[in-house]
Design a protein around this ligand. Structure first.
Ligand code: SF4
Length: 209
């Protein structure tokens, strides 16, 4: 299938990969029940990406935001995670407005590679070297989450920490396939530099989505 992407330009339709009710596994909101909305499309190209099926937005038919929100409100969750892919490829105001009108709080997961749109109660910024954040998202981020695949990624983490606001929480998260090797070094690093926290992908340990 090849989707005509012009329909996505005003944010009334979005390429939905999947939506599901689960427990947020990582970062500040780890452990909290949340409804996930995963949007298709990403050209950032992290080789370790665990959502590669979401990269090609042409595979996912545009869904009206009303339908996405109707499914979200049919669950007990009060927290919505908008993730991808890279959700900021699309104007997110219509989706955010409708979710907020229904009394839901919205958490964004983004690389920041595209301009910020929409209104969020929490922004988790996970910057990637090969496609760094644009615009003012560093100042808006509630949480900086840097994925550590190898120890040299700690330099990237430090570089980014100097760009966020003083209110922003700082997390280092071992890349899942390298967790066993990297966790001891992250523990040492955070003990020496306690401004950082460690985030683990606890949903993978729990074997839930
Ligand atoms: S930015 Fe996120 S969705 Fe895109 S390739 Fe990297 S990890 Fe995957």
């Amino acid at each position: 299938m090849h989707v005509n992407l012009s329909i996505l330009e005003n944010g009334q339709f979005l390429p939905l990969v999947e939506d599901f009710y689960t427990i947020q596994g990582e970062g500040f909101h780890a452990g909290k029940a949340a409804y996930f909305i995963r949007l298709g499309g990403c050209d950032v190209g992290c080789f370790w990406c665990d959502a590669k099926e979401s990269w090609n937005q042409h595979l996912y038919p545009p869904v009206p935001v009303e339908d996405i929100v109707a499914r979200a409100v049919s669950h007990p969750a009060k927290s919505i995670v908008i993730t991808g892919g890279e959700p900021l490829l699309y104007p997110l105001e219509p989706l955010c407005n409708l979710l907020h009108q229904n009394g839901l709080e919205i958490f964004l997961e983004t690389s920041g590679a595209y301009p910020l749109s929409g209104n969020f109660d929490w922004i988790c910024l996970s910057p990637k070297k090969q496609h760094p954040p644009v615009g003012n998202i560093y100042q808006k981020a509630s949480e900086l989450k840097v994925i550590i695949h190898e120890l040299s990624d700690l330099e990237w983490a430090e570089e980014n920490r100097h760009k966020v606001s003083s209110r922003c929480l700082l997390y280092l998260q071992p890349e899942w396939s390298r967790s066993a090797q990297i966790i001891p070094d992250l523990v040492d690093f955070v003990k020496k530099s306690p401004i950082w926290n460690i985030s683990l992908q606890t949903h993978k340990y729990m074997q839930i989505p």
